[in-house]
Design a binder for this molecule. Structure first.
Ligand code: KG4
Ligand code: ZN
Length: 332
């Protein structure tokens, strides 16, 4: 089955073509990072306009790469949400037009289920149930993947997402956008010497606004004496440890021995390393997606779309709409 996936939830216009949910025939990602960089973050209106401008070219390139024509496509999968509603609408409208014109099924996909499905592409042996740590610019969740289309949230952030905290700390350190990779790069030259707070709740929920404020306060106090490399390292180490330890505790509670990493922050070198180290100690199996499938891409959307299709999750009319927020537990 050939599925064409479309992803436009934030600042990446991406179209991919997958065979049977796992074999990537094409994965084209047109990033707008250079455009949004000068504003220090994604400007929603500009993102929507660029999706409109780029999407037809991205489709053309994907078909060329996969060496197929639209006639070979069996279904269209598209990110419905969560994300920037104007940006999502571009992908959803485009997907609806394609499915109508080609008379093929339209499959709605939850962006986070896409991030999780990135692991099915990179690891052909991975099957539910497993635990996943989803860390992106908008989400920090520990989720139990009960089946390909059935999810239970075990822990979530009460304030900032992990990626968002990385981006904000990058701004405090004067590093630019997107902050995650820049903080991580600087951290490689630093030592974990700053003492930063960890917020704890009675359950395994996360909170990153306290540590972000602590970084800001120390930066304001120390000014030019701030050891930026050490601060980057201390911040990264603290956040990665919290993410991994909470995930391990929930694996124990649920008695599940497989864990998959997902989302843009899954690209973080230290997080990947720590997960591998700690799961090895515990005798757990860890799955980490290839770097290119960690940050936003349509291959993961086409993969999640394949499993949705098999579970009968199909949009039967042209009323499908973009949704800025959707709980993954609702299904899709
Ligand atoms: O999943 P994603 O591409 O978009 C969302 O769905 O949000 O994630 C983007 C986030 C950004 O906050 C970015 O700073 C973060 O992922 N990120 C990283 C790294 N690469 C991307 N954070 C830490 N270390 C990285 N290497
Ligand atoms: Zn994402």
């Amino acid at each position: 089955m050939i599925i064409l996936g479309i992803e436009t939830s934030c600042d990446e216009t991406s179209i991919s073509i997958l065979k049977d949910g796992k074999e990537v025939l094409a994965n084209i990602v047109s990033s707008q990072i250079d455009i949004h960089k000068e504003f220090g973050g994604v400007v929603p209106e500009i993102a929507s306009r660029h999706h409109i401008k780029n999407i037809a070219y991205v489709l053309e390139e994907a078909l060329e790469k996969a060496q197929i024509t639209l006639k070979d496509v069996n279904a269209i999968a598209v990110t419905v949400g969560p994300g920037l509603v104007g940006a999502l609408l571009v992908g959803v409208s485009y997907a609806k037009s394609l499915s109508y014109a080609l008379n093929i099924p339209l499959i709605p996909v939850h962006h986070i289920s896409g991030h999780i499905a990135a692991n099915y592409i990179s690891h052909k042996d991975l099957k539910p149930p497993f635990i996943t740590l989803v860390v992106s610019g908008g989400h920090s969740h520990v989720i139990k993947v009960e089946d390909y289309t059935k999810f239970k949230i075990l822990a979530r952030t009460r304030d900032d997402a992990a990626g968002e905290a990385f981006d904000k700390v990058a701004r405090v350190l004067g590093l630019g956008y997107p902050g995650g990779p820049l903080v991580s790069k600087l951290a490689e030259q630093g030592e974990d010497t700053y003492k930063l707070p960890t917020t704890k709740f009675e359950n395994m929920d996360f909170s990153f606004s306290g540590i972000k404020t602590a970084v800001l306060n120390i930066a304001n106090k120390e000014k030019e004496n701030l050891r930026k490399e050490d601060m980057a390292k201390s911040f990264e180490e603290n956040v990665c440890k919290v993410l991994i330890e909470h995930t391990l505790a929930l694996m124990e509670e649920e008695n599940i021995k497989s864990v998959a990493l997902a989302g843009g922050v899954a690209a973080n070198r230290r997080l990947r390393e720590l997960l591998l180290e700690r799961t090895k100690e515990k005798g757990y199996k860890a799955y980490i997606p290839e770097l290119k499938y960690c940050t936003d891409n349509a291959a993961m959307i086409a993969s999640a779309g394949y499993y949705n299709y098999k579970a009968g999750i199909i949009s039967n009319d042209l009323a499908l709409n973009a949704r800025a927020s959707i709980n993954i537990e609702e299904g899709m």
